[in-house]
Write a protein that binds this ligand. Structure first.
Ligand code: HPA
Length: 245
């Protein structure tokens, strides 16, 4: 069963034929919301809105451990993350879809491992390739089948949020080699790896990252909404093809 974690702009999957909802409990607390079980082109899918169904949970307050644990507990075999980002690279304009292949983690203070606590032996996962390559390829093939252009690869910078970045912070990330910036990619990807859940992401560029737009110096939120609304229609199209890949 495929799990889909939806971010800003994707709090529900309109194409999902909903079978049931389930409030999950985990040793790490409650996930962001009830798990929504359903079918996408005849394949079982479980959906979870990362920020809650009313978009009330800030990126640094998402209970990533409970979310991943609940999906694993529900017998998900792979996780697709949908998340909006700011584009750092010049060709990552608003509306662009990207399947990233690397991560730089700038977040802090988040519960980022299952392997801690009194009885828990420390465990170091290999994270050289943070995304599952086979799942990335399925996403890319699904995008192709859906007829939507998607960039193959990009370095995702995970920031703490909830505020957006300063222009200098974005320049630093660019010097570090980052192509996109978002607030939720970590520790989500690492926790999925700890649970042996193949994980890949489709990122939607909502805006040029701070200081990167040629016209405006500050980021306009009304245009972000518009961009996300249109782009999520394409993302849904990609997800619909995914179960056929
Ligand atoms: N920065 C961080 N996260 C984001 C952005 C951004 O510019 N846009 C959407 N998510």
């Amino acid at each position: 069963m495929l799990a889909i974690i939806g971010g800003s702009g994707l709090t529900q999957l309109s194409t999902l034929e909903i079978v049931r909802r389930e409030v999950a409990r985990t040793p790490y607390g409650e996930p962001s919301g009830a798990l929504t079980f359903g079918e996408l082109c005849g394949t079982p899918v479980v959906f979870l809105a990362r920020h809650g169904y009313g978009h009330t949970i800030a990126p640094h307050q998402v209970n990533y451990r409970a979310n991943l644990w609940a999906l694993k507990q529900a017998r998900a075999s792979a996780v697709i993350s949908v998340a909006s980002v700011g584009g750092i690279r010049a060709d990552f304009a608003p509306g662009t879809l990207v399947v990233p292949d690397q991560i730089i983690d700038y977040t802090w203070g988040r519960k980022s491992t299952f392997f801690e606590g009194a009885d828990e032996v420390v465990h170091h996962i290999d994270f050289t390739e943070p995304y599952d390559q086979a799942l990335r390829e399925r996403l890319l093939a699904a995008a192709k089948a859906a007829g939507h252009a998607v960039f193959d690869g990009g370095v995702y910078a995970a920031t703490q949020g909830p505020r957006l970045e300063t222009a200098a912070e974005v320049l630093r990330m660019e010097r570090d080699g980052a192509d996109l910036v978002g607030m939720t990619g970590m520790p989500e990807a690492a926790l999925a790896r700890e649970l042996d859940l193949p994980y890949a992401a489709i990122n939607v560029v909502a805006n040029h990252a701070a200081g990167k737009a040629s016209s405006a110096r500050s980021i306009r939120f009304d245009s972000i909404e518009e961009v996300l609304q249109e782009a999520m229609i394409r993302v849904r199209g990609v997800l619909e093809q995914l179960c056929r890949q």
